[in-house]
Write a protein that binds this ligand. Structure first.
Ligand SMILES: Nc1ncnc2c1ncn2[C@@H]1O[C@H](COP(=O)(O)OP(=O)(O)OP(=O)(O)O)[C@@H](O)[C@H]1O
Ligand SMILES: [Mg+2]
Length: 287
């Protein structure tokens, strides 16, 4: 009973998915050393009949709900881009015109400059959003994944030097795979950008490793940054999810879309205060 009381706000029936009111949570079964609680005799009987089947049904239900949530967020982002684009173009265009018309010493100029600057930021965001949506056809060719990593890292060379980031590469042998080089570079760059932004304090160590499996190549990008809290981690691939002042929170969505277009996966593990590891897995026969 003390266990029930402690967890009372979080009791969910594993069979029907209902949250159970504390007073109705008396029906319990144990499975693999854990206790589960049920809303009815019926749910308990189903669970006791085949707990494994209940767990796989629960996983499928959660996956379905997650897919629906992602799809509706993506649709919302598309609609938003579509609705905002035209008025934004007018605001930007007219502000620039009025700015040109005002004499050099007019006090209104500096306000308009702020408007123009912010419109440019929003236009940039819309452009990113459209890019996420219209990835286009993949131009795949047999590519050396290590070369892609080296070329992507080279884009950050100056920044790494300025910020004292130690880059540690552990690259696999013969990492040849059919993929769209430029798009994979853009995806890896979005992950590296986040890693650099997360390493606010030393030590700043970025490790990138490639590993060849029988049917896939794995790329891991690890940082020693501030990490991601448990509350946030499930949202980081959502469009517009950001913890940064100017986000806009599209980098990972973009990276995820590119990886998915290659029939691959991207996942994350993080320890707040210690760092984060992103893992990309690409099938060798993705084309
Ligand atoms: N390596 C990391 N370490 C810590 N937090 C991270 C890391 N990568 C992503 N995040 C978190 O995930 C959020 C979403 O990342 P995402 O790249 O999609 O957007 P963003 O970096 O905020 O903005 P942008 O659109 O410019 O990329 C970040 O704001 C940050 O909170
Ligand atoms: Mg980012």
């Amino acid at each position: 009973m003390s266990l029930l009381k402690k967890d009372k706000s979080r009791i969910v029936d594993p069979v029907c998915g209902m949250t159970i009111a504390w007073k109705n949570a008396a029906l319990a079964s144990s499975f693999r050393g854990k206790d589960y609680y049920f809303c009815s005799e019926r749910c308990k009987a189903i669970f006791d009949g085949d707990p494994e089947a209940v767990f796989s049904m629960k996983a499928a239900r959660e996956e379905g709900a997650e897919e629906e949530r992602t799809e509706s967020l993506d649709n919302m982002a598309d609609e938003l881009a579509h609705e905002i684009r035209n008025p934004l173009t007018s605001i930007g265009g007219f502000s620039r015109k009025v700015h040109e018309m005002l004499p050099e010493n007019h006090p209104g100029r500096k306000y308009l400059e702020i408007v123009i600057e912010n419109v440019a930021r929003l236009e940039n965001m819309i452009t990113k959003l459209v890019e996420v949506k219209t990835l286009g056809v993949l131009q795949t060719e047999l590519s050396d994944i290590n070369e892609i990593i080296a070329e992507t890292v080279a884009l950050f060379e100056k920044e790494f030097a300025e910020k004292n980031v130690d880059v540690n590469l552990e690259l696999a042998d013969k990492p040849l795979i059919h993929l769209d080089k430029d798009k994979i570079k853009a995806a890896v760059a979005a992950i590296i950008r986040n890693a650099v932004e997360a390493m606010e304090e030393p030590p700043r160590v970025l490790k990138i490793a490639t590993n060849m499996g029988d049917d896939q190549v794995e790329i891991t990008v690890s940082d020693t940054g501030k990490g991601i809290s448990e509350d946030h981690i499930k949202y980081i691939f959502d469009p517009f999810f950001t913890s940064k002042m100017y986000g806009p929170g599209l980098g990972l969505k973009f990276a995820q879309r590119i990886i998915q277009a290659h029939k691959g996966t991207i996942s994350v593990k993080s320890k707040p205060g210690e760092g984060t590891v992103f893992t990309i897995r690409l099938p060798l026969n993705s084309s």
